[in-house]
Design a protein around this ligand. Structure first.
Ligand code: IMP
Ligand code: MG
Length: 185
């Protein structure tokens, strides 16, 4: 066990097995939704979505192109002050393509609102957002994903399976909730 893991995790929210089952379900949704698509591009938002993304695409049974974008929010803490920066843009053109953005979590909604406005302005054929976690009780702007895996509560700050605490713990195979006293600091 990692030292930081022992120190800051309160409890396991989703085990590796629960994540596997849910992500299988989500890839079935992708296969159904895009069954007739000729030009699907699946875009992962780095860094948080990469374990989810990697697992999801293994069960996608239609031809896809993958691409990534890095956006930053949250200057290292646990609340989004609204500043969202594009650090790495897509390598591919998305004009007339079916675009599916894969995100780790939609919390205040500020990140996805910005990304979604930017990508829609490039005239894709269609645009959808799939997020592993959804925290609707903390929305600051109106944004709803087309599909999500699990809904979590406002007071649950999560780490593991791509989610970080000060850039650490992303490698955990499960999702855990951080102790309240850590967040309060
Ligand atoms: P939003 O702009 O507030 O919706 O924030 C979205 C981004 O904040 C996500 O892509 C995550 O990178 C990060 N984030 C939000 N909640 C959590 C959390 O509970 N743990 C780790 N990162 C989080
Ligand atoms: Mg993120």
């Amino acid at each position: 066990m990692l030292e930081l893991e022992k120190d800051i995790i309160d409890y396991v929210l989703f085990t590796q097995e629960q994540l596997e089952v849910k992500i299988k379900e989500l890839s079935i949704w992708v296969n159904k939704t895009y069954k007739n698509s000729k030009n699907l591009i699946v875009i992962g938002l780095l860094k948080g979505s990469f374990p989810f993304f990697a697992q999801l695409i293994k069960s996608i049974d239609i031809d896809i192109i993958i691409d990534f974008m890095t956006v930053s929010s949250y200057g290292g803490g646990t609340s989004n002050d609204g500043s969202v920066k594009i650090i790495l843009d897509l390598a591919n053109d998305i004009v007339d393509k079916d675009v599916l953005v894969v995100e780790d979590i939609i919390d205040t909604g500020k990140t996805m609102q910005k990304v979604s406005n930017l990508l829609k302005s490039r005239n894709p054929k269609s645009f959808r957002v799939l997020t592993l976690l959804n925290k609707p009780s903390n929305r600051k702007v109106s944004f709803e994903p087309d599909k999500f895996g699990f809904e979590i509560k406002k007071d649950q700050f999560v780490v593991g399976f791509g989610f970080d605490w000060e850039e650490k713990l992303r490698q955990l195979p499960y999702i855990g909730v951080i102790k309240k006293e850590i967040i309060a600091k």
